[in-house]
Write a protein that binds this ligand. Sequence first.
Ligand code: NAD
Ligand code: MG
Length: 422
Amino acid sequence: MVPMALAAVLWFGETMNPVPLRNNKAAAANVRSVTVLGATGSIGDSTMDLLRGARDRYRVEALTGNSNVQGLAKLAREFNARFAAVADPARLSELREALAGTGIECGAGESAIIEAAAHPADWVMAAVSGAAGLKPALAAVDRGATVALANKECLVCAGDFFMERAAKAGACILPSDSEHNALFQALASGNRDELVRVIITASGGPFRTWAASDIEQATLAQALKHPNWSMGQKITIDSASMMNKGLEVIEAAYLFSLKPDEIDVLVHPQSIIHGMVEFSDRSVVAQLGAPDMRIPIAHCLGWPDRIKGPSARLDLAKIGQLTFEAPDFERFPGLRLAYEALRTGRGATTVFNAANEIAVAAFIGGKIKFGAIARLVEATIETWIRSSNLAPLRSADEAIAVDNNARNVAASLLPHVALKAS
Ligand code: NAD
Ligand code: MG
């Protein structure tokens, strides 16, 4: 049997990579302890659903939420978690009350979320949304846990050092985002020097066929109508702007040590093929499945084995047609900006993500039009570069400082961008 660390070296040559691209079938523990960061969210919900169906194989160590104390307490009680933490520090007494008599320990505030991640669970789902997920994910990585990574912002914000730190700590990163999970599965078919490119698919979102002038004016309700996937609010809006695909291009680059030119995006409205890898012999290996996040999460939960999943079986005859289109970088400038930020490096992807978070919040709050989201991101990155702020990021604190500063820059540009849009 090839030990996991060696398996990773086999793929990446000298650069160790913590994504285990050779399935060495190391025996998984009989009962795995698991922690779910962001248990009350959409990915959290899918994860808890899978755990509910396999209670004999998993024991819940810690669960976290942001402010939904009742939802968190309900899950903690149901799974008899050892620790529950809520991010809002003002909700501690409410959480204590909701867990009274259970013996479940609880905490509140950012430090309590980090404490949950540091609890000794074998497997951690990192599914806090946004840059707030970085420190908790690092806490799990630093103790060498197996981390199912749904939070793409972690890599986009801190890709410069996140994977390196995971490798140093002996952590194992399992890509949970559906496209990256597909690549993770397909990459096992060949070696690094045989890889030509990876392709991540995009549904194209609700505005796939819309004219640029209509996309500019799109409402929140229209942006929230994703054709295939049911997800949290932020990622649904990012899918409509295709910023999500941009974030995923960056995520793929850091996860698998790929250059921007080795990553292609393909619009595939049915969302059945999630990712493909082209090898030197021109074989293209794809992963397919219904658009149901429980499929990639089940792959990570079972890894290195496979567990029985509750999702619908794929019926291609019923689906009939799978279609593909090239992405439109003009109607969806977020995708172009993501490639540019990735090529620029030195914190540019952190700025890209921070500005996008500010832009999406402003759009939700009715302060800017949909079309202004990408304009705000572009203006923020331009301002950032003009101010000579680019520098490689070496720590979480540096990444978070850049994230905070970029948010301030984006917020200061907001009125100008909003004005231009009206
Ligand atoms: P969501 O908004 O439904 O849930 C987010 C979770 O994080 C909730 O439990 C919330 O309480 C918690 N949270 C929010 N802010 C927090 C904070 N400041 N501190 C601590 N906890 C906080 O989001 P989601 O759709 O489940 O997405 C979670 C992550 O997974 C995102 O990074 C997203 O990009 C990624 N992802 C989601 C999907 C999907 O299908 N939903 C697919 C791929 C990747
Ligand atoms: Mg995805």
